[in-house]
Ligand binder design. Sequence first.
Ligand code: NDP
Length: 313
Amino acid sequence: MALKSKVLIVGGTGYLGKRLVKASLAQGHETYVLHRKEIGVDIEKVQMLLSFKQQGAHLVAGSFNDHQSLVNAVKLVDVVVCAISGVHIRSHQILLQLKLVDAIKEAGNVKRFLPSEFGTDPARMENAMEPGRVTFDEKMVVRRAIEEAGIPFTYVSANCFAGYFLGGLCQPGFILPSREHVCLHGDGNQKAIYVDEDDIATYSIKTIDDPRTLNKTVYIRPAKNILSQREVVEIWEKLIGKELLKSSISEQEFLAKIKEQDYAEQVGLTHYYHVCYEGCLANFEIGDGAEEASALYPQVHYTTVEDYMKRYL
Ligand code: NDP
């Protein structure tokens, strides 16, 4: 059997990144995690990095302000997976990846790069609204740099992180489900796709040594998790044994509300608009030149929406 690739995770202390580290180790890859000196005395992050080391990962010192350190880190591995931040209400550093692309180009040894994507496919969002389109535009800038440098890639379109969307019954600004009330987007019937973040990490790491995913986009679309907001609410109602009081916010009201928010909130809300009113995640067929993760890896037992939501009981 071919040897498994050595993997460098960048952004390994992040919300998704820590799961990528765990998945890489679980799937038997020699795993390196970038330890940026800028994290300084952030005790939580340092402790997390040490726990990765105890689980068998190697910590590699490096900095986005020190090109050679990135080149040296990249030279240690075959595959680089980046999960740098990209949510405006937390932090967004998508374009910093251009420095990583430069390092990968110079190192010349990388067989696969997975940039920090893991959401809506930015290539399908050329008509996205301001200001949220910044996320897609920046991810496309990174894609172009990767492709111009001739770096082999896989782009993972992971759809909705379950923690954000299921946790809040698809309502922006909520990450715990109410037992009393829910506000539906319009009729609440637009389909979206919800994926457990640990499953996103598992599928992403599965792709890295797979020739079927080379230079392709992989969509994560677990069949049972393609549901409307109304269906998500019904699952929650079944779990708690109670019907929620329902109100609804029309498309026009939602759009008007966006304008009242600060910039970071507006970015997030426009993303919710595309997902919840336009159905941008589920309203297209996966065409030629792309793959679907649960079809590629049927052996992965993904978490269903119902199972995911049991944690909130
Ligand atoms: P986090 O906000 O958790 O941040 C991830 C990592 O970014 C940090 O741990 C840190 O890495 C790194 N980072 C932050 N600032 C800097 C900096 N100045 N220089 C270098 N590194 C920095 O990220 P998420 O896990 O929330 O997001 C990862 C990806 O997932 C993004 O592309 C995002 O758009 C996407 N996403 C998709 C969602 C969906 O529903 N589909 C929801 C949320 C995110 P370090 O370890 O080095 O400190």
